[in-house]
Design a protein around this ligand. Sequence first.
Ligand SMILES: *[C@@H]1O[C@H](CO)[C@@H](O)[C@H](O)[C@H]1NC(C)=O
Ligand SMILES: *[C@@H]1O[C@H](CO)[C@@H](O)[C@H](O)[C@H]1NC(C)=O
Length: 203
Amino acid sequence: MSCWMPGCPALSMCRGLAALPITCLERAKDLKTRLGILLHKPEPGHKSGSSSKLQLGSRRRNSSQEVLEWRESFDQLLKSKSGVNAFHTFLKTEFSEENLDFWLACEDFKKTRSKTKLASKANRIFEEFVQNEAPREVNIDHETREITRKNLSGATSACFNEAQAKTRTLMEKDSYPRFLKSASYQDMTKQAASRGASKRSHT
Ligand SMILES: *[C@@H]1O[C@H](CO)[C@@H](O)[C@H](O)[C@H]1NC(C)=O
Ligand SMILES: *[C@@H]1O[C@H](CO)[C@@H](O)[C@H](O)[C@H]1NC(C)=O
């Protein structure tokens, strides 16, 4: 077996101890997996591994591990394309996917460079998600809605900032914890964990 996390205690534990009883090795592997999930950086105090070691670590980080990272923070989930997809599927079951769609539309909006496109996109986003009785109205307070409306004239790429941030907070506090507890996410983590375990026990 190979230890791929620099600074992983399992590394020194297992090195050269192939003859150890299997249970100890299994436990070390389990520990290593959990550390792999928790640690994004080598622990301070340990000499960080060579860059090739680090690259090896990130190359081995795959979709199973990604699934497990979504529960670390809402940020981790939003950074992952497949995470966003899974969360979107979940929100559909709760009929609240417009929040995520609005958030995604704002992400796209902020990348828009052309002034004319910025203005037309801003109006479209406002009509679809923000204005009163919008077809896919997101849940934001009256005041934020009114400031956003004023922001539309002379739209800058920051004109939805507050509305977007409020929608994000709402999802983080409300839907995200339910997503983590949902049967579909629980199934995904079980599959991810067992995929990892079965692969490692053959190495
Ligand atoms: C209005 O636009 C400004 C930047 O032009 C931004 O800082 C502010 O957060 C926006 N207001 C809302 C409610 O999004
Ligand atoms: C991810 O790694 C596990 C073992 O750690 C492996 O079984 C699985 O097939 C890998 N998945 C992908 C998509 O590479």
